[in-house]
Design a protein around this ligand. Sequence first.
Ligand code: OSB
Ligand code: MG
Length: 370
Amino acid sequence: MKLVEVTLRHLQMEMKSPFSTSFGTFQTKDFILLEARDEQGTVGYGESVAFSSPWYNEETFKTNWHMLEDFLIPMLLGKELQHPDEVNQLFSAIRKNNMAKSTIEGAVWDIYAQQTNQSLAQALGGTKDQIDVGISIGIQDSVEELIEVVRGYVEEGYKRIKVKIKPGWDVDVMRRLREAFPDVAIMADANSAYRLEDVELLKQLDAFDLTMVEQPLASDDIIDHATLQKQLSTPICLDESIHSLEDARKAVELGSTKIINIKIGRVGGLTEAKRIHDYCMEKGIPVWCGGMLEAGIGRAHNVALTTLPNFILPGDTAGSSRYWEKDIITPEVTVDHGVIHVPQQAGIGYAIDLEAVEQYTVMKKTYNLE
Ligand code: OSB
Ligand code: MG
């Protein structure tokens, strides 16, 4: 396989409803859709999960464009590859910028799966033909509204409800949610809104039988999380702190995390995501697939990754219609009683909807060999 042409598009899509976290609110999504063509004419797609502001991590839509245009695309154009894992190795010469790396690595995996006549799930070593999914719910204006929103998704069959918390929207919210839904799997995601000094407050969450609390402390921390975990009975799950297999190993060895949220973009691509999965499986650490409010291409990649056997807990990969009036793939990703049926065709198993893509395109640029 050898890439001969890459096109970057700036897509802009409006979310059906705003999504609020402890660090900010999302309404309009600006992101990069990457199309790569190899010398045999096979076309693969990748989606950047970087947001337009550096709130979740340091990357942005624009830093990803810069990294792709000035470094990553030139490194891959014309390069003969036997296997997508080689991309991870090649890119190790460039520090961080994991979401940018993942954007083009994902397209290479897509091409590889098509050319070896396997679904992306099979190409990754996936074993499931359906995956269990949960849903992540942003901070609402009132607890009453939150309960109504949760009720709707519980009725749709989502297998786990995650709610965002932040100081002032935490213990009381979780108490009332647990009272309203005594038997539902519920978890909380703080997106780094607390400090170790908040331990007494965080300990109060132990009363609500939460499946886990996600990333309570700083995004670059694995030391204080270990100290906190010793005082909590609720398992801690790290998200922002884990960028690589090495990060995962250190966090697990320190006891900073009992569960890991794997996001393909955050760890630099599917190859690294699979390595973290394999390591966690060996260590008895369950993993699940996180979400970045993806459009269809990123969502399809999440579906494929989640078919690996240690994705034991339901992920955040909800159906397309939870986010978008119209997604950029056909069919859209649909959830049936909390389950996504994994497509079996070669490649990602969802076709790009070029008409929708054109509609959302703000700008595009093509890069050729030579
Ligand atoms: O921390 O998992 C997160 C959305 C934006 C940024 C960070 C996170 C999230 C979510 C939503 O929780 C997951 C999704 O539905 O895609
Ligand atoms: Mg999170």
